[in-house]
Design a protein around this ligand. Structure first.
Ligand SMILES: NC(=O)c1ccc[n+]([C@@H]2O[C@H](COP(=O)([O-])OP(=O)(O)OC[C@H]3O[C@@H](n4cnc5c(N)ncnc54)[C@H](OP(=O)(O)O)[C@@H]3O)[C@@H](O)[C@H]2O)c1
Length: 229
């Protein structure tokens, strides 16, 4: 499915938004070729320029339409509001065959975003798999990481639980988590994404009740390659 890590091209659909731009910045900084996707190529080019400015020209980030960037990438990451999830995936479905989709979407249903409200498929990531069919692998990650710290250099005290349709999909996604400067954990099959996506509403609830803006989660009592460092 993929080449050597730093030769990989990552497309971020909806990369003009808060979460996508932050992740794109971190991957570009780590040396990946990053493409920003949008419904509007002008908007994508502008967001790519903003990221390059933050990186002081050390990396090249390109912006284009969601369809164009999905077609050019090895790994496609989707960071759009749940209301736009199905339409965005259907618009790129044909070019996602034989690729890995990393779904960051949380199925929040405004206005009650602090209440868990899962779709009929089980989770947004399972819905993505249903939409894309057999040809694409799907992993889900980053749903509990607030965008607030992604564009900065401070440590992010939130681990990333990675679920996916295969061990390979999870392993490739864990590499992206590490490249983004975060600690990732293999959290099992894609069905487990229901818990991870649901946790986001729990964290939003905690933020509301305790006056925080980026409450996160951390796994304790276990060690992996990253936590041993
Ligand atoms: N923000 C966070 O801290 C955070 C944390 C964890 C997970 N998430 C999840 O990540 C996803 C993105 O969150 P976000 O805060 O980055 O969202 P956002 O900034 O509101 O939107 C991201 C991008 O999605 C596209 N979009 C928005 N409405 C759309 C529509 N109706 N149809 C098609 N595309 C649309 C836009 O791109 P274009 O206009 O350029 O097409 C927008 O820039 C969500 O599912 C969210 O739950 C967010």
């Amino acid at each position: 499915m993929v080449n050597g890590p730093l030769l990989l091209t990552i497309a971020v659909l909806g990369g003009t938004g808060k979460e996508g731009k932050g992740l794109a910045y971190r991957w570009a900084k780590a040396g990946y070729r990053v493409l920003i996707g949008s419904r509007s190529s002008e908007k994508a080019v502008k967001a790519a320029g903003e990221i390059m400015q933050l990186l002081e020209g050390s990396s090249s980030v390109v912006g284009a339409t969601n369809l164009e960037v999905a077609g050019q990438a090895d790994i496609v990451v989707i960071t759009v509001p749940y209301a736009a999830h199905r339409d965005t995936l259907e618009s790129v479905k044909d070019v996602l065959q034989d690729k890995l989709l990393v779904d960051v979407t949380v199925p929040l249903v405004p206005p009650k975003v602090s209440k868990v409200q899962m779709p009929a498929a089980g989770s947004a990531a399972q819905e993505a798999k249903e939409i894309l069919g057999e040809g694409a692998e799907v992993a889900a990650a980053f749903q509990n990481v607030s965008h607030e710290l992604l564009l900065g250099e401070d440590e992010i005290e939130c681990d990333v639980l990675v679920t996916g349709t295969s061990k390979k999909a999870r392993t490739e996604t864990l590499t992206l988590v590490e490249a983004a400067g975060l600690t990732g954990w293999d959290a099992g099959p894609l069905e487990n994404s229901v818990v991870v996506e649901g946790l986001t509403s729990v964290l939003i609830n905690i933020n509301k009740q305790y006056g925080s803006t980026y409450a996160g989660i951390r796994i304790t009592g276990a060690q992996n390659k990253q936590t041993e460092r």
